[in-house]
Design a protein around this ligand. Structure first.
Ligand code: NI
Length: 397
């Protein structure tokens, strides 16, 4: 089927759309930072408790879980996930429901994810009698800040007995009406590092009497790029970005130390595991060459998001059947990270992108930008896709 016929599901989704927009605007106006989602989780819990047929619990103090048992017999257990946190950004978007909290903003669309999943819960709860299996709705805290809310929620046992997991992200750089789906590696593992280079400070006029950590650090920055250019398999994605370099206090003083920091992004678990050692080899070698010493702290972040081919194939069919063949696009892998990967360690799943940009309306700002916006029509499309996905993925195999 490639045409979109208005059916009962579509009509019901349109009715709930106004409510989804209202939820999203409320959340947008009242953003909370990662690990501080007290009001947000209470608000979400209250909305879910007003929906008949859902069993609502708190797996952790800042997350909310709702469980819906289908009334049409045995089937699979599906987990649907939304994230709820905002970012430390001061909103500059020109909307009437702009953030009421200075310096905090829903600049990644997580307000929309939460509102959409509430809409999906409402629609599915209203027709639980036709549903097989079980649907769980998890509203997690702290996607934006390592160690993330997902791992905490998974550790609390929410994935026990789950057969399939699905999550979506609104995407402002994808036009509204498009949904990007992709099997295999989709989002990178975002690891971080800090390097302290220890030299010997002194007068800038007499560098020969010092060990300069700034010059040594600069060599480290350059040489680390050789991991990408000369060490890894060129067909295997790797990003090494030194994003911080702090040293010195005066023009005429060579400092004692320089501190570098940054991020490493990869997909392949084996390459990922090798990077700390490869990085240390470079840092050690450069420091040795210049008479400096170092400390290296390496922090593994979220795992890479790796989409299951079978679940992803179902999502492709769902998008095509609900929104038409033109809506479906092949997702590109991104070196951005997502803690959705924590759920995928427990069950096969897929994470896809719902287009929310609109050039004609000036909705083009990237994620994490003070002018970030979404075309709210995306919320309706996202809800409809996820409702249909739930109906199919809970069917017995
Ligand atoms: Ni996000």
């Amino acid at each position: 089927m490639t045409t979109t016929q208005p059916d009962a599901a579509e009509r019901a989704a349109s009715e709930v759309h106004a409510q989804v927009v209202a939820w999203r605007r409320h959340l947008h106006q009242h953003p909370e930072l990662s690990f501080q989602e007290h009001e947000t989780s209470a608000y979400v819990e209250a909305q879910l408790r007003a929906m008949p047929g859902l069993t609502v619990t708190r797996p952790t103090p800042l997350s909310v879980l709702a469980v819906l048992r289908g009334g049409a017999g045995e089937g699979r257990t599906l987990m649907l996930r939304a994230d709820m946190d905002a970012l430390p950004i001061h909103e500059e978007a020109d909307v009437e429901f702009a953030s009421s909290v200075p310096g905090v903003m829903h600049a990644c669309g997580h307000d929309g994810h939460t509102a959409m999943l509430l809409g999906v819960a409402k629609l599915l709860a209203d027709r639980a009698g036709e549903l097989t299996g079980e649907v769980r709705f998890v509203f997690q805290h702290a996607e934006e800040l390592f160690p993330g809310g997902a791992q905490e929620v998974v550790d609390a046992g929410v994935m026990e007995g789950v057969d399939v997991v699905v999550g979506a992200h609104l995407f402002s750089t994808l036009p509204v009406g498009k949904v990007a789906v992709r099997a295999g590696p989709t989002m990178a593992a975002p690891d971080t590092f800090e390097i302290v280079v220890r030299g010997r400070g002194g007068h800038a006029a007499h560098p020969d009497q010092t060990v300069d950590p700034v010059a040594t650090g600069a060599q480290i920055v350059t040489n680390l790029q050789h991991l990408v250019a000369r060490v890894r398999d060129p067909l295997e994605p790797l990003v090494v970005s030194v994003t911080q370099f702090h040293a010195g206090t005066a023009d005429n003083v060579i400092p004692e130390t320089a501190t570098l920091g940054g991020t490493v992004r990869s997909f392949d678990p084996e390459l990922r595991a090798r990077v700390p050692e490869l990085m240390e080899r470079v840092v050690r070698g450069v420091c040795d060459a210049h008479g400096a010493t170092y400390e290296l702290r390496y922090q593994m972040g979220y795992r890479a998001v790796h989409n299951d081919p079978e679940v992803t194939a179902v999502m492709r069919e769902v998008v095509t059947d609900v929104l038409g063949a033109d809506a479906l696009t092949e997702g590109r892998p991104t070196m951005g990270g997502e803690d959705f990967s924590a759920y995928q360690t427990k069950a096969p799943g897929t994470f896809y992108f719902v287009g929310a940009g609109n050039e004609a309306l000036g909705i083009t700002a990237p994620h994490h930008h003070p002018k970030f916006m979404v075309d709210e029509r995306a919320l309706d499309l996202g809800v409809r896709v996820m409702v249909e996905a739930a109906e199919r993925l809970t069917r017995p195999v």
